[in-house]
Design a protein around this ligand. Structure first.
Ligand code: SF4
Length: 342
């Protein structure tokens, strides 16, 4: 953004004022009279032209809190009427915001409410950043001393399908002069978009990578994640090995446990063999109720975990948050959206 401003002839002093107003103070009102005339003219022109980096302050259509008060799901309406969801989750000692990167999703994972909506459109840079600003504002109102320190790109959409906008947004979100969420506290989650994984590795992007795997054979995965027909499991695992070799970073593998589909001891043993040699942390996610699939029983989930632990992998269960407000993983489906655009 600073480069955009400089290239547009906005002098550094003005660009700092602009940056501070937007990203440190979270003031999305860019209306006339707030800035010195040269900057205001530039803002008015850029907003009028719909420049993609501009923050589109979304309208908050709805907010639902979980019974325990620790999860808040926001339904946000964008300028063109599309709606997306953003979730603020409170854990012991930290708060995490989960943002959307697309309206709908093209990946069609069979257990995911968003996937069943189909793809509507990519979110713009400003629409991604604005979700973080909204969550931060809400957090400050309720917990004035707390900072928003964690971000996961696990809301609606596949982040690596919209990778240019996502990386631009993360540049802004991680900038210490503004929002300042550290890159190591930002997780990009993908269902296996191989070119995107390789790009993150080649560009040495500083964020954490989470890969939703869900199947230990081509057949098992293809039944749950249709995109694996385009980027098969073998290709995905190869990309993960390259990512690890190039970046030296650990990969978080997400595994949604679905009763009778991918939760057997044999599957756990096969998964351990598949990931052998990769610096991997496996995160088990008991399926949230959606789409007619049942979650794995607790004892079977723990048996699955023991096999992976015995094989030497760190393996944890994701803390469940927001189940009662349909804000858990795979449950986001903006209910008040207009018709799909494409
Ligand atoms: S799980 Fe993620 S990638 Fe798959 S359909 Fe849902 S939002 Fe898209």
């Amino acid at each position: 953004m600073a480069e955009v401003l400089a290239a547009s002839g906005v002098i550094a002093h003005h660009s700092k004022a602009f940056w501070r107003a937007l990203f440190r103070e979270g003031d999305l009102d860019l209306s006339a009279g707030k800035f010195l005339p040269p900057l205001q003219r530039w803002i008015d022109q850029a907003v009028g032209e719909g420049k993609p980096y501009f923050l589109d302050a979304p309208e908050v259509v709805d907010e639902i809190r979980s019974a325990d008060g620790r999860t808040r799901k926001f339904l946000l309406r964008l300028r063109d009427g599309q709606t997306i969801e953003t979730v603020l989750m409170g854990y012991d000692g930290r708060h995490t915001v989960c943002v959307s990167t697309q309206a709908g999703c093209a990946m069609g994972c069979v257990f995911c409410a968003t996937g069943q909506m189909g793809f509507v459109r990519h979110l713009r840079v400003g629409e991604i950043v604005a979700q973080v600003l909204h969550a931060r504002r809400v957090l400050h109102q309720t917990h004035p001393t707390k900072r928003l320190r964690n971000l996961v790109l696990m809301g609606m959409g596949e982040p690596l399908h919209n990778i240019d906008a996502v990386l631009h947004a993360l540049d802004i979100i991680s900038d210490v002069r503004g929002i300042g969420i550290g890159p190591s506290k930002i997780s990009i989650s993908t269902v296996g978009v191989v070119p995107g994984i390789l790009r993150l590795a080649e560009e040495q992007q500083p964020y954490r990578l989470a890969v939703s795997l869900h199947g230990s054979t081509e057949e098992e995965r293809a039944a749950l994640v249709p995109v694996s027909q385009r980027w098969p499991l073998a290709m995905l695992i190869d990309a993960c090995r390259q990512y690890g070799a190039l970046t030296g970073k650990r990969i978080l593998f997400e595994w949604t446990l679905i009763a009778g589909k991918n939760d057997s001891p044999e599957t756990a043993a096969r998964l351990a063999r598949l990931l052998a040699g990769i610096d991997a942390h496996i995160n088990l996610i008991p399926l949230n109720p959606t789409g007619g699939f049942a979650g794995t029983a607790s004892h079977a989930g723990h048996a699955f975990q023991r096999i992976l632990l015995a094989a030497g992998f760190p393996c944890t269960f994701r803390q469940r948050r927001g189940i009662d407000v349909a804000a858990g993983c795979g449950m986001l489906k903006a209910d008040k959206r207009p018709r799909a655009a494409g």
